[in-house]
Design a protein around this ligand. Structure first.
Ligand SMILES: Nc1ncnc2c1ncn2[C@@H]1O[C@H](COP(=O)(O)OP(=O)(O)OP(=O)(O)O)[C@@H](O)[C@H]1O
Length: 607
């Protein structure tokens, strides 16, 4: 039954969704700006190719976007929150739609609903994909968001921002009356006003409430409309008033029960506002003390509920906090008070987004420097932010790390996207586009290259015995400023991978010198990477090199961990393989095949 009711409630809101921009209730200026932007598209590509429609839920943002498309006779491509919206999907769907013209030259409106909700905390690829698409789109794009700050500054800089506000009650009434007329329901003016006021600016809620109240009735009077109101912010403020302004415990409790806040949330509201209310100029500190006494008792019950999972005790907690706060005043406190949202939530929200940002940057640095995110966060963030002080290196750091504008702001400690930062960001994007970043990498933030000598320039498959795992850090630490710590083994592994990457690069560069070599053995390091490399590198390379013979070697040489050639030391590792080039490889040496193998290494195939 409840389900049926919900389904039919959805129907009226859908049924009376505005067909044209004319039908959109309220927000006249926003609608005008939106239309003007679209009209510009009819003649040419406007400077701002995308708009952001933002504002609270249920006020007609999505409806306006669809209505505009209908008014303009444009096709619509929509990616809404129920679609999987990874960077790949966004690029595939929105990107391809944005980059192509339609067959008959008409426009195609690309709508990204709930755009503030696209990325997870760690992956900002979706946002980057959107900004990339906006920059080059040949089609109009509309982003829809509740929270404009949920979009990156880069995207916001590229878009025209259009704010939709809550729909006013007096604008809702005629629209609701039309719905009643269409449905053959009589509804008194007072009843309509009551519905509109209860909705708190959310027109979708107003239609849903009207439908719920009208269900099975032909006539609606104000008595038929509940006065409880919806779960909107104003309600909690009304409840605060009832608690702090009167001593009527019953009414205060009723209003608290009518809220959709759990006692765990409500306690924060009372905690925040109790001192605001009772510590006014003429306030009584005793009232605050008594009030907090009750709150602490309520808190005890909340703790017990959590511990025993017995939610029946919530009623005691509610009673203590609500009645306690109401009755603790020794005199009335008239006058307007601006009640506040719990600052604890604000603080947590603020620090959380900052923490997310910091971790996101740290993981980019980690990826780039082959360190763990944890290590980068603790040791490298400061270093990278210092590098951003110099504009030239800042561009390269930004390009190499793939930093977003707001990440640049975070690293430079800048509160807003200054012109300088925007310039750095734009240059970095240009650099990336031109593909120059690889050659422009300054050595100081490039991944350190492992020692490469002729002995190391071939690849094989190492299997390391346990003792090697405990190899002292110092062997690899020369040329590296990282302090030894609990993450040393992790760093070691990653450095090894890096070594292989660089190894491949270096092999190419030193092709000529390799021609003179005729044997090759594996670079060896600790066990995990070795396993990985066994499958990822060796077979193909071995194939290329035509290795067919094995020779047992007893010793191996190990590269400096961070790539200082001067620090190469003979390794004590045992290598289970050996490879030697076939004669044909030796013959082909002059043809430029990559093969430079040390003779003092022992590799997997030795065994
Ligand atoms: N300003 C409005 N004019 C006319 N109808 C509206 C308006 N706002 C909301 N509605 C009604 O509410 C329904 C939902 O509106 P819509 O989806 O456009 O809201 P929204 O602002 O995009 O909300 P959300 O952010 O939750 O997507 C519509 O189908 C329509 O019936």
């Amino acid at each position: 039954m409840v389900w049926f009711k919900m389904m039919s409630a959805i129907e009226w809101a859908e049924k009376y969704r505005p067909r044209t921009l004319e039908d959109v209730v309220g927000n006249k200026k926003a609608v005008r700006d939106f239309r003007a932007w679209a009209e510009e598209w009819q003649s040419r590509i406007p400077e701002t190719r995308a708009v952001i429609l933002y504002g609270p839920a249920g006020i007609g943002k999505t409806s306006s976007a669809h209505a505009l498309a209908r008014d303009m006779d444009w096709d619509v491509i929509e990616l809404n929150a129920s679609d999987q919206r990874t960077a790949g999907v966004i690029e595939k769907i929105a990107g391809s739609a944005a980059s192509m013209n339609t067959l008959f030259g008409s426009k195609r409106l690309i709508i990204l609903d709930e755009a503030d909700n696209i990325h997870g905390t760690a992956d900002r690829g979706g946002m980057r994909a959107i900004s990339g698409i906006i920059k080059g789109t040949l089609q109009p794009i509309v982003l829809i968001a509740n929270d404009i700050y949920g979009l990156t500054p880069t995207i916001r800089n590229l878009c025209l921002e259009i704010k939709f506000g809550s729909v006013q009650s007096r604008s809702m009434v005629p629209a609701l009356k039309k719905v009643c007329g269409a449905e053959g329901v009589y509804c008194s003016q007072e009843a309509l006003l009551q519905i509109a006021e209860n909705a708190g600016g959310d027109f979708r809620s107003a239609i849903n409430d009207l439908q719920a109240a009208a269900s099975g009735k032909e006539k609606l009077e104000v008595e038929d409309i509940g006065t409880a109101g919806r779960d909107v912010k104003e309600n909690i403020f009304k409840a605060m008033q009832k608690i702090f302004k009167s001593t009527d415990c019953k009414k205060a409790l009723e209003s608290a029960y009518g809220l959709d806040e759990s006692p765990e949330d409500l306690v924060h509201w009372i905690d925040e506002n109790l001192p605001i209310q009772y510590a006014r100029k003429d306030g009584n500190l005793e009232d605050i003390k008594t009030g907090f006494g009750y709150l602490s008792k309520a808190d005890l019950y909340l703790g017990r509920v959590k511990k025993r999972q017995n939610y029946r005790m919530w009623r005691y907690a509610s009673m203590l906090m609500v009645c306690g706060a109401a009755l603790s005043k020794t005199k009335p406190y008239p006058g307007f008070i601006k009640y506040q949202q719990p600052s604890l939530w604000r603080r947590l929200g603020q620090t959380r987004s900052k923490r997310d940002m910091r971790d996101n940057i740290a993981s980019k640095i980690g990826e780039h420097s082959f360190e763990s995110m944890h290590y980068s966060r603790n040791n490298l963030l400061g270093l990278y932010s210092r590098m951003l002080k110099d504009e030239e290196s800042a561009v390269e750091v930004t390009a190499n790390l793939g930093l977003e504008l707001e990440e640049l702001m975070y690293l430079t400690g800048s509160a807003k996207a200054s012109k300088k930062l925007q310039k750095i960001y734009d240059k970095a994007q240009k650099l990336l586009e031109e593909g120059k970043n690889e050659t422009a990498d300054p050595d100081f933030f490039k991944a350190p290259v492992p020692a490469v000598d002729n002995k190391q320039r071939t690849l094989s498959c190492p299997v390391i015995i346990q003792e090697e795992e405990e190899k002292p850090q110092k062997e690899g630490s020369a040329g590296k400023s990282d302090p030894p710590g609990p993450h040393s083994s992790e760093r070691k592994q990653k450095t090894l991978n890096m070594g292989f990457d660089s190894l491949l690069e270096t092999s190419e560069k030193k092709e000529n010198s390799e021609k003179k070599e005729n044997s090759g053995y594996l670079l060896v390091d600790d066990p995990k990477p070795a396993e990985k490399n066994l499958f990822s590198f060796s077979p193909s390379l071995l194939e290329k090199k035509n290795f067919s013979e094995s020779v047992e070697q007893k010793t191996s040489s190990k590269p400096s961990k961070k790539g200082n050639p001067a620090n190469n030391e003979p390794s004590k590792q045992k290598i289970l393989d050996k490879v030697t080039p076939t004669e044909s490889v030796q013959d082909n040496a002059g043809d430029g095949a990559k093969k430079a193998e040390p003779k003092n290494q022992k590799t997997l195939f030795d065994f």
